[in-house]
Write a protein that binds this ligand. Structure first.
Ligand code: NAD
Ligand code: UFG
Length: 348
């Protein structure tokens, strides 16, 4: 019998890649997504690619805060574990609309934890973020590095982690993995699924890809005076398929009877500057990315990259892909889907 996994936010960027890897790995997958920041087409593409495994995927469209809908789902199906991606993730928007972020990310998590507890499903993988390291004084960031929140989005990740730790402290039969993702980029090598943010992209690579396909005139580089090799910010970019595989490794860990509640970084351990990333994308795509140099973006850190030792040692997981493969797959997705999952020109 295959294990049954509930994936919240499974139609989104990281979720859809993880759902595909789960199906290919033989799991049964139930997705709950409100589609507030995604398209159901992502799951149709996952089904096509999963072929014989496709019947093991089912989808329910509702908001996690809809408790009757959540209760109905848990009453009708038994889950071995839950992977919780659902949430809002735009840092700038969270500063403008903090209560919307607290409402979605915190109330959504509470509703989920309560439904899980009520139905005796006590294995959870929670999407946290490297954002909790703020502007780190020491890199690489390891799981014991100091954590803080620089914006409401970051606060929801910090509180989310804390809530999970408290739930475990109150009932040690829970098994919870908190995954701190660094910077997910790239797409499935098929080019069938990828990142398709609504409106103007906040993150570097979705913006670069929209410049490459002619949707935007130039990339603005936020900050050229950092104390880095070329003055631009340094991040730990990780291929989204590696990240998806990290979730399978986490699920395997949750089956260890002595496991409790623990945090793991998912990154590559390598720092890459904005200009290096742009150069790698230009090489992979053969496209020229026009640049506009600008001042620093408020709230941005200078250098952030992961120590990956704990995940390597305890989850038996290590990222396989480098930035050339990330850019190759990002371009493959972008060139095949210049408007993301939309068939034609969007109005953003
Ligand atoms: P995404 O927006 O593509 O996916 C999130 C999904 O959750 C979307 O499909 C959205 O429709 C759904 N959703 C949002 N609120 C919901 C709710 N209340 N009920 C049901 N569905 C809801 O984002 P992503 O990049 O795939 O990120 C997934 C998770 O990983 C998020 O929790 C995010 O904060 C975290 N994360 C992302 C990054 C990143 O750079 N992409 C980095 C670190 C952490
Ligand atoms: N950048 C630009 N121009 C852009 C976008 C980004 O120069 O148009 C630069 C940023 O200044 C930064 C780097 O590219 O130096 C990466 O920026 P991203 O916005 O892609 O990623 P961040 O590391 O700033 O933040 C993202 C999410 C956070 C999350 C973090 C780690 O927005 O919520 O990745 O996962 F915590």
């Amino acid at each position: 019998m295959s294990l049954s996994i509930l994936v919240t936010g499974g139609a989104g960027y990281i979720g859809s890649h993880t759902v595909l890897q789960l199906l290919l790995g033989g799991y049964k997958v139930v997705v709950v997504d409100s589609l507030e920041n995604s398209s159901q087409i992502s799951l149709e593409r996952v089904r096509e690619f999963a072929q014989d495994h496709a019947p093991k995927l089912s989808f329910h469209q509702f908001d996690l805060r809809d408790r009757p809908a959540l209760e109905k789902l848990f009453a009708s199906e038994e889950f071995d574990a839950v992977i919780h991606f659902a949430g809002l993730k735009a840092v700038g928007e969270s500063v403008q609309k903090p209560l919307m972020y607290y409402d979605n990310n915190i109330i959504g998590l509470i509703a989920l934890l309560e439904a899980m507890a009520a139905h005796g499903c006590k294995k959870l993988v929670f999407s946290s973020s490297a954002t909790v390291y703020g502007w780190p004084k020491v890199v690489p960031c390891n799981e014991e590095s100091p954590i803080c929140a620089l914006n409401p989005y970051g606060s929801t990740k910090l509180f989310g982690e804390e809530m999970c730790r408290d739930v475990y402290k109150s009932d040690s039969t829970w098994k919870i993995i908190l995954l701190r993702y660094f910077n997910p980029v790239g797409a499935h090598p098929s080019g069938a699924i990828g990142d398709d943010p609504r409106g103007i992209p906040n993150n570097l690579m979705p913006f670069v890809q929209q410049v490459a396909v002619g949707r935007r005139p130039a990339l603005t580089i936020y900050g050229t005076d950092y104390g880095t090799k070329d003055g631009t910010g340094v991040r730990d970019y990780i291929h989204v398929v590696d990240l998806a595989d990290g979730h399978i490794a986490a699920l395997n860990k949750l089956s260890d009877p002595s496991f409790g509640c623990k945090v793991y970084n998912l990154g590559t351990g390598k720092g890459t500057s904005v200009l290096e990333m742009v150069a790698a994308f230009e090489k992979a795509s053969g496209m020229k990315i026009p640049l506009v140099m600008a001042g620093r973006r408020p709230g941005d850190a200078e250098v952030v990259y992961a120590s990956t030792e704990r995940a390597e040692r305890e989850l038996n997981w290590k990222a396989k892909y480098g930035i050339d493969e990330m850019c190759r797959d990002q371009w493959n997705w972008a060139s095949k889907n210049p408007y993301g999952y939309e068939p034609c020109v969007s109005t953003d």
